[in-house]
Design a protein around this ligand. Structure first.
Ligand SMILES: CC(C)(COP(=O)(O)OP(=O)(O)OC[C@H]1O[C@@H](n2cnc3c(N)ncnc32)[C@H](O)[C@@H]1OP(=O)(O)O)[C@@H](O)C(=O)NCCC(=O)NCCS
Length: 179
């Protein structure tokens, strides 16, 4: 998908709003996933999005996406975003990300998606990399559970961890006495 960035998409700094780019990326991920699945798809997760370069008003932004991995009901869509100055034709790489989408039937149930046909070494590399990232994410999810801190209490461990951080703890009397 390619779209011209008009002034209405700009933020207070005069550059294209990051949220607008994310919204366009989500549309592209939807189209790519839905086309492969042949069904409606929902976004379940978006990998870290790095904004590598600002996008200027008047630039032509292109989103290139491919389905890099399919599980049972999920699909991973990899995306590369570039912006082109239409007068100088200078092209900048602005974002790379991947979206995990889940295919849904008309009654809202998860559905199995068709397998992916890998036709080049790059296709195999992307599929393998996405598979490894999926395994890593599943392991991370387990590890991160220990750090969700829903039952957080102030302790010596917390104090020691924050000693060299750039924060000042100034709790009201009653909050610190609860620890
Ligand atoms: C996405 C959704 C259907 C998953 O439902 P669920 O009952 O948790 O389903 P499961 O745990 O069986 O996961 C389904 C698939 O999603 C994958 N998945 C679930 N959570 C994930 C996450 N946080 N990151 C990556 N993949 C994830 C699972 O690995 C599984 O993949 P597989 O079928 O290929 O093996 C449900 O969470 C949902 O409806 N979320 C809201 C989506 C939404 O509204 N998006 C924004 C608007 S489009």
């Amino acid at each position: 998908m390619t779209e011209l960035m008009i002034p209405a998409y700009a933020n207070f700094g005069g550059k294209i709003h990051g949220g607008h780019l994310l919204s366009l990326m989500d549309k592209v991920a939807y189209a790519c996933a839905s086309r492969h699945a042949g069904t409606y798809c929902v976004t379940v997760s978006v990998d870290t999005v790095h904004f590598l370069k600002p996008v200027e008003v008047g630039e032509l932004v292109s989103f290139q996406a491919s389905v890099n991995y399919v599980g049972n009901s999920s699909l991973v869509v990899g995306m590369r975003v570039t912006s082109e100055n239409v007068q100088t034709r200078v092209v900048n790489h602005t974002n790379t990300s991947s979206f995990t989408m889940v295919a849904r039937s008309e009654d809202g149930q998860k559905v199995q998606v068709p397998p992916l046909i890998l036709e080049t070494t790059d296709d195999v590399r992307r599929f393998f990399a996405a598979l490894k990232r999926r395994e890593l994410r599943q392991r991370n999810r387990e590890t991160m559970k220990a750090y969700d801190h829903s039952d957080f209490r102030l302790s010596g461990e917390v104090g020691a961890a924050l000693t060299d951080e750039r924060c000042v703890i100034q709790l009201p009397e009653d909050a610190s006495s609860n620890s």
